[in-house]
Ligand binder design. Structure first.
Ligand code: 5AD
Ligand code: SF4
Length: 453
């Protein structure tokens, strides 16, 4: 019946969805897939929340602060939900998975709660919500998410995230991820490869391979086939894709970093000289209580092997201050470790108790005042170390992938070096999307300023 079909299409295409992403790169990827699926179904993706018929919050649970931001956003939407009874507000991702009951209890205006395994079914779930008028909850973690070729509305043409695995089984004592994202599942190597080939044909020049612990990647060679591919081999396969100029990956766990992987990083020209290697603490006693399965000595030794093979590599890390029971002396060891390794950049986090995790039961807790002080001190320390590292680059000639005009100074172009540092310089629009060489003239703790050379 052409008439009713035409009406349905009209109604659908008139509907607008707004997706707001909190948290990590995996969430950014999932949001791009959700947007792609909605678009395929005839929806308009809007950047303007106030004109949306459907608002999706793709959430994060890794720290309390991330959840607080989502609660704040939900609170702000209450008035609008009352005025617009047809508005559909959906919460998906990690917080939906872990806190479905609390969300349903505290936020009757939320009409859809979709967990980490439901992202590829979101448009269907929205339809179900709107058809039934009920609040739909889908947090069944036993239903596998679709991992195959999914449509996706990409934010950048030049760069893309490509998940190689999902989930985590490491159970670091502080971390909620294994509880909300479930066990590790690796995608097949062929599927990852064909996704990267498609991206390259589409103009993508840089891929970042994603996983909670990419080093434990173990993907079937052919979908449903026999034999498996380890991460080092996957890097070599992706290194052969025409058009991909840069490969990055994150996150690597220091407990399993085989020499084979270091060799692949050194051998494959497209693999960038940057590694994110979370240390978390410089104290062996804290590392043990965190269940990290390495000591600072073995971490230092690993960094030595990596730097021997790839001397220009830049290292970034994650550090947690105020883990339960962390003494002043243990905290000082973390500061010493940061000095000793000399990270190019570091994310310093204040420990936050997460429900279900082992550390939530650990005592004594470090007083909040102490956590705030340690956090501020390490931020300052890293600023000094990062600035020293950057000063060492003055006069150097570095390769930059030009991403666009600098948002802060539209006279300048900006891009990233292979070592993942932000660089700004003057140049024409025609350079956007290309690799250029820049000689560094000045530096700030986070940016290199230079001239085309
Ligand atoms: N409290 C503080 N930081 C945390 N992280 C993970 N869980 C917690 C927590 N409960 C940090 C770790 C991890 C990064 C992604 O987030 O440093 O590497
Ligand atoms: Fe969390 Fe540890 Fe898994 Fe990383 S490796 S996601 S910190 S449990």
């Amino acid at each position: 019946m052409p008439t009713s079909e035409a009406t349905t299409t009209y109604e659908k295409s008139a509907r607008k969805v707004f997706i707001r992403t909190f948290g990590c790169q995996m969430n950014e990827y999932d949001s791009e897939v959700m947007a792609g699926l909605f678009e395929l179904d005839g929806w308009i993706i809007t950047e303007n929340e106030s004109e949306a018929d459907v608002i999706i919050l793709n959430t994060c649970s890794v720290r309390q602060h991330a959840e607080d931001r989502v609660w704040g956003a939900l609170y702000d939407l209450r008035g609008r939900a009352e005025r617009e009874p047809n508005l559909i507000i959906g919460v998906c991702g990690c917080m939906a998975q872990g806190r479905a009951k609390d969300i349903a209890r505290n936020c009757p205006h939320v009409r859809l709660i979709a967990g980490t395994h439901a992202f590829s079914r979101l448009p269907e779930l929205v339809e179900e919500t709107s058809r039934s008028g009920r609040t739909v909850v889908d947090i069944d973690a036993s239903r596998m998410p679709r991992l195959g070729a999914l449509p996706r509305k990409r934010k950048s043409r030049l760069k893309a995230f490509v998940p190689v695995m999902r989930g985590c089984e490491n159970f670091c004592a502080y971390c909620v991820v294994p509880y909300v994202r479930g066990p590790e599942i690796s995608r097949s190597a062929d599927e990852v490869l064909s996704e990267v080939e498609t991206l390259a044909r589409d103009g993508c020049r840089e891929v970042t391979l994603l996983g909670q612990n990419v080093n434990s990647y173990c993907g079937p060679r052919k979908t449903g086939g026999t034999g498996s591919v380890k991460f080092a081999e996957l890097l070599r396969m992706i290194g052969g894709v025409n058009g991909i100029l840069r490969i990055r990956f994150m996150t690597s766990h220091p407990k399993d970093f085989p020499d084979e992987l270091i060799r692949a990083m050194a051998d494959v020209p497209a693999v960038c000289e940057h590694l994110h290697l979370p240390l978390q603490s410089g104290s062996d006693r804290v590392l043990e209580r965190m269940n990290r399965k390495y000591t600072f000595g073995s971490y230092r030794e690993l960094v030595g092997r990596i730097r021997d093979a790839i001397p220009s590599i830049a290292l970034s890390t994650d550090i947690i201050v105020g883990f339960p029971g962390e003494t002043e002396e243990e905290y000082n060891r973390t500061a010493q470790a940061m000095e000793e390794i000399g990270f190019d950049s570091a994310f310093i986090f204040k420990y936050s108790d997460r429900e279900k995790t082992r550390a939530a039961e650990f005592e004594p807790k470090v007083a909040q005042r102490g956590i705030v002080r340690r956090h501020a001190e390490l931020l300052k320390l890293q600023e000094r170390i990062g600035a020293e590292k950057n000063r060492g680059l003055i006069g150097a000639r570095v390769e930059v992938l030009v991403e666009g005009y600098s948002p802060r100074n539209p006279e300048r172009l900006f891009g990233r070096t292979r070592t993942n540092k932000r660089a700004v310089f003057e140049g024409g629009e025609d350079l956007i999307g290309t690799l250029v060489c820049v000689t560094i003239r000045e530096v700030t703790p986070l940016t290199l300023i230079g001239d085309l050379s």
